[in-house]
Ligand binder design. Structure first.
Ligand SMILES: Cc1cc2nc3c(=O)[nH]c(=O)nc-3n(C[C@H](O)[C@H](O)[C@H](O)COP(=O)(O)O)c2cc1C
Length: 310
């Protein structure tokens, strides 16, 4: 129950899905959710997006796979995961009992495989929405292809849409010239929401060994360093599509989240902040409510998308 006088936080994220609050744990930074059950109150989160799932288990890239950078970090995990079947059998039963919406992030090697994974996830009980990951930069053969290729993006979203009636979110890559082109394609192919941004491709060097630090050579930059870029891309995308936009990138406080909502995001996801503080997503949800109350906003709908001109 909300406290008396607390702002109304429920948001409509498209496809008939509403969330109790707009603060969501981002894919790849919150495991399969259940690992955090003893650490933070999962029921306090708007939703949990699980690590990207594939048809078969995947080992990901060799180590080193993480490196800290100025105001952020880079990862080259390479989409390691236990596969759809193990997720549905061993993680989902506990996760769906956690009192929060479960969103399944997933990927495939080719468009048909995306369709197959979407179909399998749709048969499982207790998944509130699917999030198609076309945007990870880690899988070299397609990180540069699907997410940055309009035609392949179209085929992947189409295959996923045909295979599922669940609300479909498409996670977009910032590693393109104009992200709104890809948001429009997702909308045209029946996506219910777009989520952005995924990580920005970067590189870190070990000077003394004269080598890249990450075994994969390059990795995805995340954390506070990318927030201004994310905010600008969300701002532009909100003005380019009619479906809800979910903002991601460098959010570490309730005020950061309020900035994304002000430019028009319907909800936000919290990624790297969970590496610093595993309770960050719940804390940000609390701070967001306090931030609205302090500004005299009784309903989050009166805040979303109300950015003024300079
Ligand atoms: C270690 C790590 C693993 C990630 N794995 C995934 C993934 O499996 N699927 C996906 O769509 N995004 C993945 N992401 C991207 C995040 O969900 C998020 O979009 C990005 O990190 C930017 O948000 P942040 O600055 O709050 O971390 C991953 C990010 C990190 C740091």
């Amino acid at each position: 129950m909300a406290e008396p006088g607390a702002p109304r936080l429920r948001v409509d994220v498209g496809g008939g899905l509403t969330l109790k609050n707009p603060v969501i744990a981002a894919s790849g930074t919150f495991g399969y959710g259940v690992e955090f059950a003893g650490v933070t109150d999962l029921a306090a989160l708007g939703a949990i997006v699980v690590k990207g799932l594939s048809l078969e288990p995947s080992a990901g890239h060799p180590a080193p796979r993480l490196v800290e950078t100025a105001a952020g970090m880079m990862n080259a995990i390479g989409l390691q995961n236990i596969g759809v079947r193990a997720f549905v059998e061993t993680k989902l039963p506990r996760l769906r009992a956690s009192g929060t919406a479960v969103v399944a992030n997933f990927w495939g090697n080719v468009p048909e495989e995306y369709g197959e994974v979407a179909g399998r996830l749709s048969e499982a009980e207790g998944i509130a929405a699917l999030e198609v990951n076309i945007s990870s930069p880690n899988k070299r053969e397609w990180g540069r292809i699907i997410a940055t290729d309009p035609q392949l993006t179209r085929e992947v979203v189409r295959a996923a849409r045909r295979s599922s009636r669940l609300p479909l979110w498409v996670k977009l890559s910032p590693n393109v010239t104009d992200v709104t082109v890809f948001a429009r394609i997702a909308e045209e192919e029946g996506a219910d929401a777009v989520c952005l941004i995924n990580t920005l491709v970067g590189m870190a060097i070990d000077l003394d060994r004269r080598r890249p630090i990450l075994a994969n050579r390059t990795g995805g930059l995340s954390g506070p360093a990318i927030k201004p870029v994310a905010l600008r891309m969300v701002h532009d995308t909100v003005r380019a599509v009619r479906i809800p936009v979910i903002g991601i990138g460098g959010i570490t406080t309730g005020d950061d989240a309020l900035e994304f909502l002000l430019v028009g995001a319907r909800a936000v996801q919290i990624g790297t902040a969970s590496f610093v503080d595993p309770t960050a997503t719940a804390r940000i949800a609390r701070e967001l409510a306090q931030g609205l109350a302090a500004r005299g906003v009784a309903d989050i709908g009166d805040w979303i998308g109300t950015l003024d001109d300079p």
